[in-house]
Ligand binder design. Structure first.
Ligand SMILES: [Zn+2]
Length: 254
């Protein structure tokens, strides 16, 4: 257990694909950036399956650019582990890469996917994130230098897609919430950077409302709390993680 607040104000969203952060936690990242935090967005893959027409290397290059542009709109830094879509696995090589990424960023707050989600890339990233969050501050867990202020971070799980458990279909009950009403336009701006995906989702998912779907879910989470737009999270409370809700402490939301 460490002090509150942490000595490093560094947040990392580690998610599977480019645009996942913009769907699930970008409003919170925007507010952290406004509050002076150093924000990083990392994805396991460059989204190489995200096109019905372009070859993998071409769409990957486009999507790396879109993710970096979206991150830059809030002064954040984009990283990619260069795994491949539908092939993210929790294995030794990926675990090591993820620990090294966390080691170099040394986040005190981490956002990642929930344990259960609609596709396994998300679930595997959840495991990678848990492993790296737990271990990056252990001296012998990585050969990279240990940054001062490295800690077991506050760990938050974003909503699964549509906020529903994929097995039961039941709504996920959040334990933390951030009011993003004042930054919804900037969240939309970030999501709109992923121009290549509007068309792909229309073709593959039959989902024609890339931005409207994000707004609807943010509005649903907001309505639960009587506000316009919100992002909801489940905070990891297991031993030996941070127990306080640092998002509430930072933002002072009710
Ligand atoms: Zn994804």
């Amino acid at each position: 257990m460490t002090e509150t607040p942490p000595s490093r104000q560094t947040a990392l969203a580690f998610l599977a694909h480019p645009d996942d952060a913009e769907f699930f936690c970008a409003g919170t990242l925007i507010r952290l950036a406004v509050a002076g935090w150093d924000v990083h967005i990392a994805t396991a893959t460059p989204g190489d399956c995200g096109s019905m027409t372009l070859p993998a290397d071409q769409i990957a290059e486009i999507r790396r650019g879109e993710a970096a542009t979206a991150a830059h709109t809030i002064g954040a830094t984009y990283h990619c582990l260069e795994e491949r879509d539908v092939n993210v696995v929790f294995d030794k090589a990926s675990n090591r890469k993820t620990i090294d990424l966390f080691r170099s960023i040394a986040p005190s707050v981490v956002f990642t996917h929930p344990r259960h989600d609609y596709m396994l890339d998300h679930e595997q990233v959840h495991q990678l994130a848990r492993s790296a969050a737990f271990s990056y501050s252990i001296r012998n867990a990585s050969s990279l230098p240990l940054v001062d202020g490295s800690i077991i971070p506050w760990l938050y799980y974003c909503d699964p897609i549509e906020g529903r458990d994929p097995y039961s279909g039941d709504p996920v009950h959040s334990t933390a919430c951030v009011d993003i009403s004042d930054v919804i336009d900037r969240k939309i701006e970030m999501l709109a950077c992923h121009a290549s995906q509007r068309e792909w989702l229309r073709a593959h998912h039959g989902m024609d409302e890339y931005i409207e779907a994000m707004k609807r879910h943010s509005a649903t989470r907001g309505q639960e709390r009587g506000i316009a737009y919100a992002e909801a999270f489940v905070q990891h409370q297991g031993h030996p993680y941070q127990q306080s809700d640092i998002l509430k402490d930072i933002f002072g939301d009710e």
